[in-house]
Design a binder for this molecule. Structure first.
Ligand SMILES: C[C@@]1(CC(=O)O)c2cc3[nH]c(cc4nc(cc5[nH]c(cc(n2)[C@H]1CCC(=O)O)[C@@](C)(CC(=O)O)[C@@H]5CCC(=O)O)C(CC(=O)O)=C4CCC(=O)O)c(CCC(=O)O)c3CC(=O)O
Ligand SMILES: NC(=O)C1=CN([C@@H]2O[C@H](COP(=O)(O)OP(=O)(O)OC[C@H]3O[C@@H](n4cnc5c(N)ncnc54)[C@H](O)[C@@H]3O)[C@@H](O)[C@H]2O)C=CC1
Length: 183
């Protein structure tokens, strides 16, 4: 039997984020930006049944195909402050710091929760790395400290679940022994 030795108080310098699963069916989610990050956020939103609007002059081919299928609404121009009006959630995912900051500010002024792709501390909510199988979802978060680590742990967990191995536990062990740099 393995003994986990992770000392949680040493590993984090702040409070934990509150874990929750959101029921977004029919709710407006505005994603600003049309690049790789915006595409990932939209891909994960699609399964939730949210009503998705993407605001961006340029978009990826995946976004284009969802727009062509009528699954995503596209506002094909640069962001304007009124774009966040009526949204349940906003995702600021442009490659311009000042624009992302303005989006967060505009959402905050309206009391709308905003995810800011380039500033973990400015996020009202963050997106975990998710493993889904048969409608069951497992979500991994580092409370924003290391998104790449969340992704690697999710991938290790997925492999474990798929072939009965113990990669996820081995990865956690490596972290707890202070040798997580190789992860
Ligand atoms: C706070 C948060 C806000 C949010 O986006 O929700 C955030 C923030 C930032 N990410 C950055 C970088 C990267 N993020 C990824 C990947 C993922 N990022 C995700 C979540 C989150 N990222 C939230 C915290 C989650 C948590 O840990 O609790 C995942 C898990 C979920 C998803 O996005 O769907 C998804 C993997 C899932 C999948 O693949 O399925 C990769 C790797 C890759 O892209 O392959 C890189 C490059 C490598 C690196 O730098 O680490 C930067 C620096 C940007 C810059 O400096 O340019 C910031 C800004 C900052 O840290 O301040
Ligand atoms: N949170 C996360 O998971 C990650 C965040 N990032 C950060 O996320 C941001 C976006 O990264 P990528 O998608 O890779 O960038 P990208 O360069 O692929 O895409 C940027 C998109 O923003 C759009 N855009 C630019 N100005 C705009 C404006 N004023 N209004 C509306 N849309 C505008 C562009 O048309 C483009 O579609 C970067 O700041 C990056 O540092 C990067 C990796 C992961």
């Amino acid at each position: 039997m393995y003994q986990l030795k992770v000392n949680a108080s040493e590993k984090r310098d702040t409070v934990l984020h509150y874990a929750a699963f959101l029921h977004l069916h029919g709710k407006l989610c505005v994603v600003v930006g049309g690049g790789v990050v915006a595409t990932r956020k939209v891909r994960n939103l699609l399964a939730s049944g949210a009503s998705i609007t993407v605001v961006s002059p340029e978009i990826t081919s995946d976004l284009q195909s969802w727009i062509s299928d009528g699954r995503v609404h596209h506002v094909a121009r640069a962001y304007q402050a009124t774009d966040v009006t009526g949204a349940a959630l906003v995702f600021a995912a442009t490659n311009h710091r000042a624009v992302n900051e303005a989006i967060a500010h505009d959402a905050d002024a309206l009391g709308i929760w905003c995810n800011v792709a380039d500033d973990a501390k400015a996020c009202d909510f963050i997106v975990p790395a998710v493993y889904e199988q048969a409608g069951i979802q497992l979500a991994i978060s580092t409370s924003g400290h290391s998104p790449a680590l969340a992704k690697k742990l999710r991938d290790a967990l997925a492999k474990d679940l798929e072939d009965g191995g113990r990669r996820f536990y081995a990865a956690l062990e490596q972290l707890s022994s202070g040798d997580g740099t190789a992860l």
